[in-house]
Design a protein around this ligand. Structure first.
Ligand code: ATP
Ligand code: MN
Ligand code: MN
Length: 289
């Protein structure tokens, strides 16, 4: 899809403090997104986009917003689709720097795309396993779990890539051929999460119930249905310290010391960091299970 050149939005209230703990202003957030826009779009361009907005900074009220109206400007493209309940609704998608900056100007902190592109909306092109550890579980155990899931996926012929969430956990992203329905993708993720629980019930849980999660890692496979979202690579998180959701290679992952290791300033320096080798994995087929 050709990106039409748009005038870049003008920044207002540049000195407003967005991250009080880190002293980071709206201008710094805006400049951050200007610097990393290409990497953000590589992951979530042309995908329906939900956002987290913090008009008064991360200490104030926040809004998880799925529908972005005309106020966001022309660079934020919109499309009307049927939601799962059949009602029509307008969603936003981005494909260029002007779009990214328009959202930053509107106090968007987090970007949360769908797992499909607007051109092939009903065919997801990736699966996401979101590892959500019980609070007592330390990072080394979460890391070991991520590698164990990676290996279990390899047994099924699937290559996965790790993304540090910028919060408490890690996401495994599995690129797939655009030939499966939402339900087929989700059913596979449902099966895989439960299979890990069957193999190691003391370590993994595949149901959301907080009680069952105690001392375990919840393999959140619910990121995969139609309309579900997961945070974009290079998105800031609205959490203290301005951490960023960061894609890493498995080699890098081995040395990472925390899932919120990359903060705004570190992330800017990773614009040329190694990228996931999606080309080699992009047409993966779901195994029959
Ligand atoms: P962490 O590693 O700390 O778990 P995370 O991004 O994986 O970070 P989760 O709470 O596990 O956080 O996942 C929430 C996901 O659900 C988000 O990535 C987001 O895309 C999606 N989501 C759907 N609805 C909402 C909502 N109302 N508020 C926040 N997130 C939402
Ligand atoms: Mn999570
Ligand atoms: Mn989750």
């Amino acid at each position: 899809m050709a990106a039409r050149k748009q005038a870049l939005p003008t920044l207002s209230s540049p000195d407003r403090v967005v991250y009080p703990d880190a002293g980071i202003t709206k201008r710094q957030v805006f400049d951050y997104y200007g610097a990393v826009a290409a990497r953000l779009l590589e992951d979530s361009g042309q995908r329906l986009m939900s956002v987290v907005r913090c008009p008064d900074g991360i200490a104030g009220e926040r809004f998880f917003q799925k529908h972005l109206g005309p106020a966001f400007g022309k660079a934020v493209h919109r499309i009307e689709i049927a939601e799962n309940d059949g009602k029509r609704a307008e969603y936003a998608w981005l494909d260029d720097l002007a779009g990214v900056l328009s959202l930053a100007q509107m106090n968007v902190i987090e970007f949360h795309p769908w797992a499909s592109k607007v051109t092939t909306l009903e065919k997801p092109d990736r699966l996401i396993f979101d590892l959500d550890p019980d609070p007592g579980i330390g990072w080394p155990k979460i890391k070991a779990a991520a590698r164990e899931l990676r290996d279990a996926l390899v047994e099924l012929g699937l290559t996965s890539f790790p993304r540090l969430s910028g919060g408490k956990g890690v996401h495994l992203v599995v690129p797939i051929a655009k030939r499966y329905s939402w339900d087929q993708g989700r059913d596979f993720c449902d099966w895989f999460a439960h299979e890990m629980e069957r193999r190691q019930p003391a370590r993994y849980v595949a149901t959301m119930s907080k009680a069952k999660r105690e001392g375990r890692i919840f393999i959140d496979w619910l990121r995969n249905g139609r309309g579900a979202t997961a945070v974009s690579s290079f998105s800031l998180r609205a959490r203290p310290g301005a951490p960023v959701a960061m894609p890493v290679t498995w080699d890098e992952f081995a040395g990472v010391r925390a899932p919120d290791r990359f903060k705004l300033k570190d992330a800017v320096r990773r614009i040329d960091a190694p990228i996931w080798d999606l080309a080699s994995a992009g047409s993966q087929k779901l195994p029959k299970v």
